[in-house]
Design a protein around this ligand. Structure first.
Ligand code: TXA
Ligand code: MG
Length: 297
């Protein structure tokens, strides 16, 4: 069974049929992904949830009605007999999302649910275009070309815990957007609750280029000649500025984020100063989280 890269509105995914344990194993192998890091199950049909989820916590339906298809992943209690252990990495829960990409929705309608982690080797920046997948996997992985991913950053993962929805991974959907449905802004939870990792992926180094990233929350001093920053700001003395977009437009910045981190590798950069003088709300929270993770290695 072959593994294929598929486009989504967030990032490219490395897809395998949920029904094929061998293909799922191949996904882990290709990504060099730790076996205890579960995968997101992609579906085109909401009614699949009644087969795969043991229960739907309060608010599930409202979240799905408002945000599916779209960059929202829900972690739900899984029915162990219908969700293969490989996909959930042995956890009692499983993650589900309906991607907002017509090509992939059509594939899902035709072949059924697919597991799809981001199409990059574990730990490196995610792939947001067919070229990125080719850079990482050569001709080993065929790519369904759906163009450049509009969001450019992964889905937001939510889980229901102690009576409230919480954010396990910040992503393309903001806490503020979730609040419009939930009536409260979900707290961002990191790492572990009762020693159980909430999003096992959050334990690993992630999104990181080879270059050392120096986070700049204050004025640029010129000490590091290469800057990753914004097109409407000046960095006096910089030798080169890789601009991701305007400091007023987080959508544009996230759209170019992984492309820019990958560019650092392509030009063989060893060190870069990254502008993190941005607000802490909305999509900027996702920007800050990705940059911090990319810098901590
Ligand atoms: O936008 C996305 O979500 C992309 C596209 C391809 O859909 N996929 C993606 O998959 O980002 P991946 O494998 O790179 O990240 C999935 C994250 C991991 O951090 C994993 O630990 C978490 O989802 N996850 C999966 N199942 C989980 C579960 N049952 N409980 C908690 N976290 C889970
Ligand atoms: Mg990933």
């Amino acid at each position: 069974m072959e593994v294929v890269a598929i486009p989504t509105e967030t990032v490219y995914g490395l897809a395998a049929p949920l029904a094929s344990p061998q293909a799922i194993e191949r996904v882990f192998e290709l990504k060099k992904r730790p076996a205890n890091n579960p995968l997101i199950i992609h579906i085109a049909d909401r009614s699949h949830l009644t087969v795969f989820a043991r229960e739907l916590p309060p608010g599930t339906q409202a979240l799905i009605d408002r945000f599916w298809p779209g960059p929202l992943t829900l972690v739900l209690p899984a029915v162990p007999s219908t969700v293969p252990e490989g996909a959930r990495a042995g956890l009692p829960t499983a993650a589900f999302r309906m991607p907002d990409h017509e090509v992939t929705l059509e594939i899902l309608r035709q072949v059924g649910p697919l597991v799809a982690p981001s199409a990059n080797p574990s730990g490196s920046p995610s792939a947001t275009s067919p070229r990125h997948v080719e850079e990482d996997f050569g001709d080993v992985v065929p790519v369904v070309d759906g163009g450049v991913c509009p969001a450019g950053v992964e889905s937001t993962i939510v889980l229901f815990c102690d009576g409230l929805w919480k954010i396990g991974r910040l992503g393309a959907l903001t806490a503020e957007q979730l609040a419009t449905v939930l009536g409260y802004a979900p707290e961002v939870v990191s790492a572990k609750v009762k020693e159980q990792p909430l999003c096992p992926g959050s334990l690993y180094r992630h999104y990181a280029p080879e270059a050392k990233l120096v986070l700049g929350s204050e004025e640029y001093s010129g000490a590091i000649p290469l800057v990753v920053g914004f097109s409407d700001r000046n960095y006096p003395g910089a030798e080169r500025v890789l601009a991701m977009g305007k400091s007023t437009d987080p959508d544009e910045v996230l759209h170019h984020l992984y492309e820019t981190l990958r560019l650092l590798d392509r030009i063989g950069a060893t060190q870069a100063w990254v502008d993190i003088d941005v607000p802490h709300t909305g999509l900027w929270a996702t920007y800050l989280e990705r940059i911090r993770r990319a810098a901590s290695s």
